[in-house]
Design a protein around this ligand. Sequence first.
Ligand code: ATP
Ligand code: MN
Length: 479
Amino acid sequence: MSQRVKVKQILSDDRANYEVTVKGWVRSFRNNQFIALNDGSTNNILQIVIDTENTDPATLKRITTGASISATGEIIPSMGKGQRVELKAKTLEILGDCDPEKYPLQLKNRPSLEYLREIAHLRFRTNTFGAIFRLRSSLAFAVHKFFNEKGFQYLHTPIITASDAEGAGEMFRVTTLDLKNPPRTENGEIDFKEDFFGRSTNLTVSGQLEGELGAMALSDIYTFGPTFRAENSNTARHLAEFWMIEPEMAFYELEDNMNLAEEFIKYVIKYALDNNREDLEFLASRLVEEEKQKPQAERSDMGLIEKLEFVVNNEFMRLTYTEAVSILKDSKPNKNKKFQYLIEGWGADLQSEHERYLVEKHFKKPVILTDYPKEIKSFYMKLNSDGKTVRAMDILFPGIGEIVGGSQREEDYDKLVSRMQEMGVPVEELSWFLDTRRFGTAPHAGFGLGFERLVLFVSGMTNIRDVIPFPRTPKNAEF
Ligand code: ATP
Ligand code: MN
């Protein structure tokens, strides 16, 4: 028996005339002789040529799109167009049949992305999703590689928490109480003392607060894990369950934080360009096809790969919130009342339409906005000396809007407590967090990057549901 070899390896090997076993799924079967085999290691297929005359007709019938097979034979130079080598099969075994009448992924009818979401358990078998999930895996590896090379520690923060980190979003409650008949306190409220943890708990919306505790001892940490927000916003950029990367660095100020975030994003995109070329080229041509259906004005000026190279090779534009608001206030869509939310002046929260205007129309490159009004940002952000703005930074990307949210943290105990009181954040409950400011406090900073928004950008996809294997969104938790 020869060893199983993956298709990607066979296609990238210069040799021919050696024996292998391949296993995978049939993409198509032509002329009762040519099988196109895919095993998920690449989008490319290996052509298998079978000896039709000497193959049992019953077996031939079972070679259908989607069936799983094993074939052993010799890799030989191919006479046909489109491939350098092919497999001349000596033996062929059907491992798993696939009824062509019922299999939803026939080559003939190109299924829509919407339909594929309904069969998310099978969509890995398509070229588009094969490319996306190899890319996602590669980007995740690049995230760890980047931080590891920089000497960061990977810190696992809890998934079940008792705190709403920042009032970042609506939370999912975690409970073992009987919903039909929960224990009640004397005044009729649900008694969470009786609950599993003896208090009310929920799924984490961010690992930041715990991350800060780690950074205040280990210096540089990052988290990379699932985060949950029960926000009922059915947009193409929000999930109820998404993965977030949150580095936190002691002795970093806002400037250092921005530099790290920019270097990090460029590094992981470069990693994909260097290691996922084939899949990116496939996704780039998919995007061209998709954009053909849009009016000319809505198509992107750059191809996917060109756009990624542009981000890697150009500095992000950095400006303050105050500068951004004055640009927006004087912008055409604001004057012509084209924005849904008009910018009246300083203090307005920026909506996605404003972020995208700055990035896509005004600067035409990624933008880092800093120093937002304290009223629209979280309690833990460091107050500037103007008393009005905080050392926040958001990174805005074309087609996406906000991809990173971060800040320098308030390290001064008294200032932090007074911000908490002003904003109604329970000081008692967060005494463990405040201990870092009591015992050897230090300047520190960090940010959160939504992993799916990154994958969305790099893959050129337009809906966040298509870059996570099993999306969780309002009214949808199948599979
Ligand atoms: P947005 O304004 O887009 O809702 P946010 O201000 O709520 O974002 P943060 O709380 O700063 O976001 O979270 C940090 C990062 O996590 C964001 O920059 C974004 O990349 C990502 N993110 C936030 N909410 C979601 C979500 N529901 N689904 C996917 N990614 C998200
Ligand atoms: Mn949000």
